[in-house]
Design a protein around this ligand. Structure first.
Ligand code: IMP
Length: 446
């Protein structure tokens, strides 16, 4: 396969799409809507901790690991090397997709360099998260953190190794012994059986093998023949291991930079950066959330927005848009375009507060603190915008939005420094406003 010439830029623009805050911004629908303009959708980080809900003609699909591009005929799905792959979760998603008549064979590829999540990763995480006196992160308990720990420790199992039975047997034998000993000593956990684990994972490997390839070559080759790629971030920028609200983050590079290291496509070929934000903000799990609200209004947003985690079912914490955090997110990702989802959820609000600055120790600032102590001393300063008190559900033209809704979006665009490309007014593909300038960015597939 030919490699992309370093001097040649792809003919059709690619894009990185990611959540602007803590995940669950409604990317699933947006990736699905945009995928008709992309040849490939490539996931670059995270694992089955993500939950993408896509509704097509009333049929609901919840994908955790597989990029939702596969739902669109003619679009190839790639699971990049930056992802941690739970083989059982992958196979169960494949089975559900096949049962729903979605084509996956020859249309979905896994990087041979992706890391594998094994049962002892879950065992260690569960024990550590529930151990008395430990800091709870509120993880999804899928073994994501421990699998990335092994990767960085150079102790992990990659997909290419999963397909090598003798290596797999030795790896599971050694790792299981080590993890069982640690988990028992620290948390009193019952040991896992390496023999049974090897047999189950060797069987899974056989089913996974047809999907595995060197996806860095696949993606770069695709660019040389004029195809384009949507790099799909899971989670959100503020859950990034380096730039997020550490330690209340996930264990991967969920910012736009992860698209490069997590797929093997160089930065010049990654394309436009699109950040997805709700018209308000939510978060699941523990950690700072300066504009969080509680009480009746939070309950209203949660009920109207159906704010319950797609993976764990946990109620999401709700709050108002936070411009300093959004500007920070736009800065670390070089976000050019914003997609605003769930606009219709605000339909019943008389007034919508938006945080435009922070007061910290009596001083006004919009700099994001690096530590939890700093976050705790934030007092959000709000600008109150007029609500529209009528339905925006299903509106497909910007001009048809009520004036206060347009003013809300214009305010958001001005304050955040990124242009709005799409506004989502409901869960279905059709309930979408696309701005003409954004529409023209990505030519339809030929
Ligand atoms: P982990 O990724 O399971 O280790 O969880 C770490 C933190 O990230 C927890 O607060 C999770 O709730 C959060 N998290 C992980 N994946 C997602 C996601 O896709 N959406 C929202 N939050 C997530």
């Amino acid at each position: 396969m030919s490699q992309i010439e370093s001097s040649v830029l792809p003919q059709r623009p690619s894009a990185v799409i990611l959540g602007a805050q803590w995940g669950d911004e409604g990317k699933g629908k947006i990736v699905d809507v945009l995928s008709e303009k992309f040849d490939i959708v490539a996931r670059y980080a995270g694992g089955h901790n993500a939950g993408h809900t896509v509704i097509i003609d009333g049929q609901k699909f919840v994908l955790q690991l597989i990029p939702c591009g596969v739902l669109r005929p003619g679009c190839t799905g790639v699971i990049g090397n930056g992802v941690v792959l739970d083989p059982m979760a992958f196979l169960s998603e494949v089975q559900k997709l096949r049962a729903a008549g979605v084509r996956v064979d020859g249309n979905l590829f896994i990087s041979n360099r992706a890391q594998v999540i094994l049962p002892y990763h879950r065992m260690i995480e569960l024990a550590a998260e529930t151990a008395p006196g430990r800091q709870t992160i509120g993880t999804t308990r899928r073994g994501i953190g421990p699998a990335y720990e092994d990767k960085i420790h150079r102790n992990g199992l990659r997909v290419v190794d999963l397909l090598n039975p003798s290596l797999l047997r030795t790896h599971i034998h050694n790792a299981c012994h080590e993890k069982n000993t640690i988990a028992h000593a620290l948390f009193g956990t019952e040991p896992l059986d390496p023999k049974q684990m090897y047999e189950e994972y060797a069987r899974a490997a056989e089913q996974i093998a047809p999907f595995v390839t060197d996806t860095a070559y696949l993606l770069n080759h695709a660019l040389t023949v004029g195809q384009n790629i949507m790099f799909e971030g899971a989670q959100g920028a503020l859950l990034d291991i380096d730039h997020g609200t550490y330690p209340f983050v996930t264990s991967s590079s969920s910012t736009a930079g992860g698209a490069v290291t997590g797929t093997g496509v160089g930065p010049r070929h990654a394309g436009t950066v699109i950040g997805v934000t709700k018209a308000y903000v939510t978060r699941v799990g523990e950690g700072p959330f300066p504009t969080e609200i509680e009480g009746e209004t939070a309950d209203l947003l949660r009920a109207r927005g159906m704010e319950y985690g797609a993976v764990t079912g946990r109620p999401r914490r709700c709050g108002w848009l936070d411009i300093p955090l959004l500007r920070y997110s736009n800065m670390i990702n070089s976000t050019q375009w914003l997609v605003v989802t769930k606009m219709d959820v605000l339909d019943e609000c008389d007034e919508i507060p938006v945080c435009t600055a922070y007061e910290i120790d009596g001083k006004m600032t919009s700099i994001i603190p690096a530590d939890i102590r700093g976050f705790k001393s934030i007092r959000p300063v709000y600008t109150r915008l007029k609500g529209w008190s009528c339905s925006t559900e299903g509106i497909t033209e910007y001009d048809q939005l009520p004036k206060p809704a347009q003013q809300y979006l214009e305010f958001l665009e001005r304050e955040s420094g990124a242009k709005i490309g799409i506004v989502s007014t409901g869960p279905d593909r059709g309930q979408t406003i696309t701005m003409p300038e954004f529409e023209d960015l990505f030519a339809r597939k030929g």
